[in-house]
Design a protein. Structure first.
Length: 181
């Protein structure tokens, strides 16, 4: 088990397109996944992408039963997703608050597809195909963006709803946020 420091916005690796995983069930991949899960849990992340701990591979993890950083969020199944592809199921877009361990202390409103299907492989290399909506769909789109070098601030359309958590909360824009960060 190893908890890694999370790279912050400005680190060039977060702007790179990550490489596909070509071999499953290797010691390196297994320990990467374990470290990502440990780091996500230690940081109370809703998800984590490999580039955030300095590994430029197309691996994301996400999911929680409840999350102190997103107290209003419904549970999302714990998932390891490798070499993912996302397909929107329709054109519907919804706005929602997002944060990122690589952009600490901030939140912004980001438009995302409401309903998606995602495919890829699990930790053992078994194909996955899942339909998701709402916060689950949002988390998957956020994490997979990391693999293409995209951080959520690049998706923001309305910068009047992007800022520091304590300021947004004081302004009543983040009424459900109570945890400290
Ligand atoms: Ni993120």
């Amino acid at each position: 088990m190893a908890i890694h420091p999370v790279l912050r916005m400005g680190h060039p690796l977060l702007n790179q397109r990550a490489e596909a995983v070509t071999e499953f069930n290797t010691t390196e991949l297994d320990s990467l996944i374990e470290d990502m899960l440990d780091t996500m849990q230690a940081e109370d992340g809703a998800g984590l992408a490999a580039p955030q701990i300095g590994v430029s591979l197309r691996v994301v993890v996400f999911g929680f039963d409840e999350n102190p950083r997103y107290q209003e969020a419904p549970p999302v199944p714990k998932t390891v997703l490798i070499n993912p592809h996302i397909r929107p199921l329709d054109e519907a877009i919804e706005d929602g608050w997002e944060g990122c361990l690589s952009v600490p202390g901030m939140r912004g409103i980001v438009p995302r597809y409401s309903r998606i299907e995602y495919r890829g492989f699990d930790a053992a290399g078994k194909p996955l195909e899942v339909k998701a909506e709402g916060f689950h769909a949002r988390v998957v789109q956020h994490e997979c963006d990391h693999l293409d070098g995209i951080l959520y601030p690049q998706r923001i359309k309305d910068f009047s709803r992007f800022g520091y958590i304590d300021e947004l909360a004081r302004a009543g824009l983040l009424p459900l946020y109570t945890a400290q960060e």
